[in-house]
Design a protein around this ligand. Structure first.
Ligand code: PT1
Length: 281
């Protein structure tokens, strides 16, 4: 498996780590840490040295309860950071946005992957991604960040998320996005209770047969908090355990803040996955 991102091809024979680079003042776990392009570039350098194959630059916090920043603010946060990273580092620059104007500006600065937690639902977003030739991640969310955790409800969370992802892959293909440029993500924590998140992880294998590599984000989230009882600044071990389990269940791109630790976790998960597949023949 691989993922085509403009002129780059991301090999996915083994799982890879996408480093999280928040350039927001209100990120749920590292808000305000990256102040300006110099600090962001230094953080990106460290993540690449630790083994990140993609860097996901986000200028909108989408944690539960977050509100949407003005477009000009999101652009001002993202553009200089994408430019600096793309100019210096040999890494796929991903932009975490739902706005076509931000997608276009980021790709003009060197981004080659678009990670949209709203699944390219803004008018024009799908056609723009097709025209740009970027890799895309379509993620499932129930509701909107401001209110998504108020009362998440599903009949069959795994079936509903899978059906929605299948439909979005169809919409991507219909818009002209290449089949080998599409990744899917069940959206852990996005309009899901702990029970929903656990069901998705337990049955993660259901998302590996869709013809698109599976991306997951579990790092420092409330799932780890609910299971360990720990606050956001003490969820490293829980997050690393979740990353290993996700890789063992077939995740190929793991989005994480703590890159070095997560690289080891996915390496172990992938080794166990290969061993069990060998046993099955
Ligand atoms: C994700 C993701 C993302 N997560 C993708 N992009 C965030 N593709 C931002 C909590 O429960 O999983 N996949 N971009 C961060 N969003 C959240 C959501 C942060 C929930 C925290 C929680 O604590």
């Amino acid at each position: 498996m691989h993922l085509r991102c403009r002129s780059r091809v991301l090999g996915l024979e083994a799982p890879v780590v996408m480093g999280v680079l928040n350039v927001t003042p209100d990120s749920f776990s590292d808000g305000g840490r990256y102040q300006g392009p110099d600090a962001a570039l230094a953080a990106a350098r460290a993540m690449v040295a630790a083994g990140a194959r993609l860097i996901d630059v986000g200028g909108e916090s989408t944690r539960p309860g977050a509100s949407v920043p003005p477009l000009a603010e999101e652009l001002a946060r993202i553009v200089p950071v994408v430019r600096a990273i793309a100019a210096e580092l040999d890494v796929i620059v991903s932009v975490d946005t739902s706005r076509p104007a931000v997608m276009e500006a980021a790709v003009a600065e060197g981004a080659s992957f678009i990670n949209d937690v709203r699944g390219f639902s803004e008018p024009g977003a799908l056609l723009l991604a097709a025209r740009l030739g970027v890799g895309v991640c379509v993620m499932h969310m129930q509701g909107v960040p401001a209110t998504m955790q108020n009362a998440p409800a599903y009949g069959d969370v795994v079936g509903e998320v899978r059906d929605w992802l299948v439909a979005r892959i169809g919409a991507c293909r219909a818009a002209g996005i290449a089949a080998d440029s599409i990744a899917v993500d069940p959206g852990f924590g996005f309009g899901k209770t702990t029970g929903h998140n656990l069901a998705l992880l337990a049955q993660l294998e259901s998302f590996t047969g869709l013809g698109a590599p599976l991306l997951v984000g579990l790092s420092r989230k409330s799932l780890a908090g609910a299971l360990t009882g720990r606050p956001v600044n003490a969820r490293l071990a829980g997050s690393v355990a979740l990353a290993a389990l996700a890789a063992e269940r077939g995740a190929l791109i793991v989005r994480a803040h703590d890159v070095a630790e997560t690289v080891d976790a996915v390496t172990i998960g992938a080794a166990l996955r290969r061993a069990s597949q060998g046993e099955r023949g």
